[in-house]
Design a protein around this ligand. Structure first.
Ligand SMILES: [Zn+2]
Length: 75
């Protein structure tokens, strides 16, 4: 994957590596220099540097919203 991922709070992502609890699906709970993610299986919260977090993400399962609220509409 190239370029920064457009991660948003509320996005659901699948990680390349399973959490020790067996889950591989996480919810983005914070974005910034560090990305906060919460395991949807065991509810544990982890803070990762953005670059490392993006490397670990396999795919985005679901977006928080189709249109980002902080961007103006094309009209
Ligand atoms: Zn877990």
């Amino acid at each position: 994957m190239s370029g920064p991922l457009p991660l948003q709070v509320g996005d659901t992502v699948q990680m390349r590596k399973q959490h020790p609890c067996g889950g591989d699906t996480w919810r983005i709970v914070r974005v910034g220099a560090d990305i906060g993610i919460r395991c949807l299986t065991c509810d544990r919260k982890v803070l990762l540097p953005r670059a490392e977090c993006e490397r670990r993400i396999k795919r985005i399962v679901a977006r928080a919203a189709d249109v980002p609220s902080d961007q103006p509409s094309p009209d």
